[in-house]
Design a protein around this ligand. Sequence first.
Ligand SMILES: Nc1ncnc2c1ncn2[C@@H]1O[C@H](COP(=O)(O)OP(=O)(O)OP(=O)(O)O)[C@@H](O)[C@H]1O
Length: 244
Amino acid sequence: MSLTFAGVSLAFGAEPVLSGIDLTVAAGEFVVLLGPSGCGKTTMLRLASGALKPGRGTVTSGFARAAVVYQTPRLLGWMDALDNAAFGMKSLGVRRAERRERARAILMRLGLAEADLAKRPSRLSGGMAQRVAFARALAVEPDFILMDEPFAALEAGLRRRLQDLVRAETERSGVAALFVTHDVAEATRLASRIVVLSARPGRIVADFANAPAREAAEAFEAAAALLRRSDVAAAINAAGGEEF
Ligand SMILES: Nc1ncnc2c1ncn2[C@@H]1O[C@H](COP(=O)(O)OP(=O)(O)OP(=O)(O)O)[C@@H](O)[C@H]1O
């Protein structure tokens, strides 16, 4: 099972956004797409999920079930946390009692307290709401999970705790992941493989294996080493000298 981009290019009107993308994500891999703002990362996720078709080239997926986690939680306001997390299983024909049981177990692993389960999204903190969104994605037992800067809006300490949970949960289930970020330390904490995109139009400028950093200091050292790579430095310079 895998997802393959072969010679993919895409333009919005006259504006080229992605150029000549060749990429395969295999079962069990955790691929982080790292690149500057506007380089086409979200567009690549939309191509990967089938929401968008490429202008040139092909995107083919052999995965049976994909789930998406967005930058904002996108929970249903009239449902409590438990029903939100259970929601995705409905269309799979899972019975209500089992849906709620499965969702509860995942929410507990993700750090929600019993009292949080009956709360509507408006009463959840940003971090709690994003845990519920992640639980909703995991609950359908996907073999591929797409994540679009899911922690960008959260403060650094909370972001690190959620990164640890994402890594633990993806390792536990073996689900393949494609995760978009412009945070270099986040990439080094999560990825089994890091793919670096240039500024728009996005092209792949580096693609290398990464052993996920376990400690904060290790993540920062790995991030510094990544930024010293000549191929990555060239992409940053081409992006106007700004870091990702
Ligand atoms: N539907 C659309 N129509 C026209 N232009 C679009 C559309 N979607 C995205 N774009 C443009 O394509 C470019 C790439 O957008 P995309 O959201 O994929 O970038 P990104 O790398 O995810 O950026 P960021 O890190 O800022 O979220 C941007 O210039 C954006 O304005």
